[in-house]
Design a protein around this ligand. Structure first.
Ligand code: AMP
Length: 618
C-alpha cells in the first residue's frame, strides 16, 4: 500500500477522486473506483438507490428539485417538471419540431435556427443549464458520499452525439462546477466495465445493445491496441421500455374495457403496466390489482401475451442491428462480444432475441444494465487519474484535418485515424511579394480538393512584415484534444506574429456522414489524384511565371536581347500550356522555361526567390 504524504506540510496528501457520470435521458448515475478492492461502484442515496431520475421540478420559488422528488411532480405539475432534456442538448428548434408533442413542458421557438430554450414557471432555461442542474445533483451526491469536494468527472454521451452536443455536455459540466476531463462514448464505457479493451494488445469486435426506457442504440465497436473505434451506430431515439408499458396499457384497456381516465389514472395504469413487465422478467404471469375511480381491476398478463405484445418492438431493434452490421462492413461471425445495456435488456425475451441474432458471440449481462455505463466511466476516470498505467484508451480522429493550399488543394496536417490528443505543425510561406496577410481555411475530409471536404472555419493571419514571396516562414499548428476540439494557430516565425482560433463546428458530423465522406474519397481516389497532380503542376507553373516575369522586370538590363526574347517566348508558351488542363503539357512547358532561364537564373536569381520555389504556398 502507498500512503501519499505532502512533504512540505507533513500531512496526508488527499488523492483526487475523479468520478464517472452517466448523464442519461431518463436516469443518471455517478460512480467511482472503490480504493479497497479497485472495483467501480455506483453511489447510492440513503435509501440505497443509485439511480437519479433525470428530472427537474421547479417549485413556486423557481428552486430546482432534481431526481426522485421531481419524479412525483410529473403528474401534478407537468408544465414545471422537465424530463428528457438530453434529447434537446445542442439542438435547434428545427431539429425537434416533429417530436415536440413528446414533451409536456414548453419548448421555445424564438429563432428556428437557434438552440432551443425551455420555459418553466415563466423563466427560460437552456438545455445546458438544465443538464447542469442534474450534474450538480450528482456532484453533490458524490461529494457527500466521498467526503471530498468532487471537481472533476468523465461524462458519457451516445456514440452518435455530434460536436455541438458533446460541447454542450462539456459546458453543462462547467456550469455545474465540474471539469469534464473526458467525454466518453456510452458503448465504450459499457465495454470497459466488462474489462473489454483493457489489455494493450487486445483486438476485439463488440456489439453494444442499449435498450433503455425511451431510447435504443446499437453500436459496433472495434478495439485494437487500446483504441476504441466506433464502426457503426444505429437505433431509434424514440423506442424503449416505455413502449412495452404502452403496449400493455392498450392490451388491458381493450381486455378489461377500461375507459380513458384522467391524467392521474392514465399514469397509474402505466405504472401498473411497468410493474407487470418487471414481474414478467422473473415469472411467467403477473396480476396487478388497481383501483381506478370506482372500479377495482385485477389486471392479468401472461408471459406469452407479453411477448406477443412486445414482439414488433423488439423486432424493430433487431432491424436496427442488421443495419448497423451492414454499415460496419463486418459479418456476424466477426462479433465476439455483445454487451447489454439499459434496464429493458432485463426482459428475458429481449435477451433471447439478441442472443439468437449474435449467436456466435459471448453475451455480457452480469453487470446491472442500469449502472454499467457509469461504472465504465469510473474506470476511465481512474485511468485519467493516473491509477491505471496499463490502460491506454485512446480515441482516433475519424477524418483528416488540414488546410487549403494554393489551387484549392487539401493539405492534410493531422491524418485520419491519428490517435487523439494529437498535435502537428507544418511550415508554409507566401506566394506574392509583400504579402502581409494570409487566409487560413481549415477543412476536414479525405478528398484532395477542399471544395469536396467540410470547412470547419477560417481566419486571417495579418501583420506579416512585407517580404519577398517565399521568405516568410509561417508555421501552422493543429492541436486536437481528446474530445475532438481543434485549436489552430498560425505564427510567422521571423516576426513572431501569431493568431489562434478554436474550431468548434456548430454542427458536427454524424457517423453516417463521416462514412459517406470516406466512401466518396475511396470512390474518387483516382480522379482526385489526377486532379491534385494537375493542380500542383499548374501551381508550380504559375509560381515560375511570377518569379520569371518579376525577374525580367527588375533585371532586364542583365540579359542580352537574345536571352530576353527566348525567355519571353518560353513564358508565352507556358501561359498557353496552362490553358490546356493537360498536366504533361504544363510540365513540359514549365521544364522548357526552367531550361531557358537556368543559366542566368543561377547567376542572378535572388536567394529569397530561389527559396520561394520551395515549400508550399497558401
Ligand atoms: P434505463 O433507461 O436504462 O434506466 O431503463 C429503464 C427501463 O428499463 C424502463 O422502461 C424500465 O421499466 C425498464 N426496466 C427496469 N427494470 C426492469 C426489469 N426488471 N425488467 C424489464 N424491464 C425493466
Amino acid at each position: 500500500m502507498k500512503i501519499p504524504i505532502n512533504i512540505v506540510t507533513g500531512q496526508l496528501k488527499e488523492e483526487e477522486i475523479i468520478v464517472g457520470i452517466d448523464l442519461g435521458t431518463t436516469n443518471s448515475l455517478v460512480a467511482y473506483i472503490n480504493k479497497s478492492d479497485q472495483k467501480p461502484l455506483a453511489i447510492a442515496d440513503s435509501a440505497g438507490d443509485a439511480i437519479v431520475p433525470s428530472i427537474i421540478y421547479f417549485d413556486e420559488n423557481h428552486q430546482p428539485v432534481v431526481g426522485k422528488q421531481a419524479h412525483e411532480h410529473l403528474i401534478d405539475h407537468p408544465e414545471r417538471t422537465i424530463y428528457s432534456v438530453k434529447r434537446l442538448l445542442g439542438k435547434s428548434y428545427k431539429d425537434i419540431e416533429t417530436h415536440e408533442s413528446h414533451f409536456a413542458y414548453k419548448i421555445i421557438d424564438d429563432n428556428s435556427e437557434g438552440l432551443v430554450k425551455i420555459e418553466a414557471g415563466g423563466i427560460y432555461y437552456s438545455p445546458i443549464e438544465l443538464s447542469a442542474m442534474i450534474l450538480k445533483e450528482l456532484k453533490e451526491r458524490a461529494s457527500h458520499f466521498l467526503r471530498s469536494d468532487i471537481k472533476k468527472a468523465v461524462v458519457t454521451v451516445p456514440a452518435y452525439f455530434n460536436d455541438s452536443q458533446r460541447q454542450a455536455t462539456r459546458n453543462a459540466g462547467k456550469l455545474a462546477g465540474l471539469e469534464v476531463l473526458r467525454i466518453v462514448n456510452e458503448p465504450t464505457a459499457a465495454s470497459l466495465a466488462y474489462g473489454l479493451g483493457l489489455k494493450a494488445d487486445e483486438l476485439q469486435t463488440i456489439a453494444v445493445y442499449d435498450l433503455g426506457g425511451g431510447t435504443f442504440d446499437i453500436s459496433i465497436l472495434n478495439i485494437e491496441n487500446g483504441i476504441f473505434e466506433v464502426l457503426s451506430t444505429n437505433g431509434d431515439t424514440y423506442l424503449g421500455g416505455d413502449d412495452f408499458d404502452r403496449a400493455i396499457v392498450e392490451f388491458w384497456k381493450s381486455k378489461y374495457q377500461i375507459a380513458d381516465g384522467n391524467k392521474q389514472q392514465i399514469q397509474e395504469l402505466r405504472l401498473a403496466a411497468e410493474r407487470a413487465k418487471i414481474a414478467l422478467s422473473s415469472s411467467t404471469s403477473s396480476e396487478q390489482k388497481l383501483s381506478l375511480g370506482d372500479n377495482i381491476y385485477n389486471l392479468n398478463l401472461s408471459l406469452a401475451e407479453f411477448q406477443n405484445l412486445i414482439f414488433p418492438i423488439v423486432t424493430k431493434t433487431m432491424d436496427c442491428c442488421k443495419l448497423a452490421m451492414k454499415d460496419s462492413g463486418l459479418t456476424l461471425a466477426d462479433i465476439k462480444h455483445v454487451v447489454l445495456v439499459g434496464g429493458s435488456t432485463r426482459t428475458p425475451f429481449v435477451k433471447e432475441q439478441v442472443t439468437q441474432f449474435f449467436n456466435q458471440a459471448q453475451i455480457h449481462d452480469q453487470i446491472n444494465p442500469d449502472e454499467v455505463v457509469a461504472l465504465g466511466a469510473a474506470i476511465q476516470a481512474d485511468v485519467l487519474a493516473g491509477n491505471r498505467r496499463d490502460l491506454l484508451l485512446i480515441d482516433v480522429t475519424p477524418l483528416s484535418l488540414g488546410i487549403e493550399t494554393l489551387g484549392g488543394l487539401m493539405d492534410t496536417i493531422i491524418p485520419r485515424n491519428t490517435k487523439v490528443p494529437a498535435a502537428a505543425a507544418r511550415e508554409y510561406t507566401t506566394s506574392k511579394d509583400g504579402q502581409t496577410h494570409i487566409k487560413i481555411s481549415v477543412y476536414q475530409g479525405e478528398r484532395d480538393m477542399v471544395v469536396e471536404n467540410r470547412k470547419l472555419g477560417e481566419f486571417v493571419l495579418s501583420g506579416i512584415p512585407a517580404m519577398p514571396a517565399g521568405l516568410p516562414k509561417i508555421e501552422i499548428k493543429f492541436q486536437l484534444n481528446a474530445d475532438g476540439i481543434l485549436k489552430v494557430s498560425a505564427k510567422e516565425l521571423r516576426s513572431g506574429i501569431e493568431q489562434t482560433v478554436e474550431v468548434k463546428p456548430q454542427y458536427g458530423l454524424t457517423d453516417s456522414e463521416v462514412e459517406k465522406m470516406l466512401l466518396d474519397s475511396f470512390t474518387h481516389a483516382q480522379a482526385d489524384i489526377n486532379l491534385r497532380l494537375l493542380v500542383e503542376s499548374q501551381t508550380e507553373a504559375q509560381q515560375l511565371l511570377y518569379t520569371t516575369e518579376k525577374f525580367l522586370k527588375n533585371h532586364a538590363d542583365k540579359l542580352n536581347q537574345e536571352e530576353e526574347k527566348q525567355t519571353q517566348d518560353a513564358i508565352d508558351k507556358l501561359k498557353l500550356a496552362l490553358q490546356s488542363n493537360d498536366r504533361q503539357v504544363v510540365i513540359s512547358a514549365t521544364e522548357f522555361l526552367n531550361e531557358v532561364t537556368k543559366p542566368f537564373a543561377e547567376r542572378l536569381m535572388d536567394i529569397a526567390i530561389a527559396e520561394a520555389m520551395k515549400g508550399k504556398k497558401i
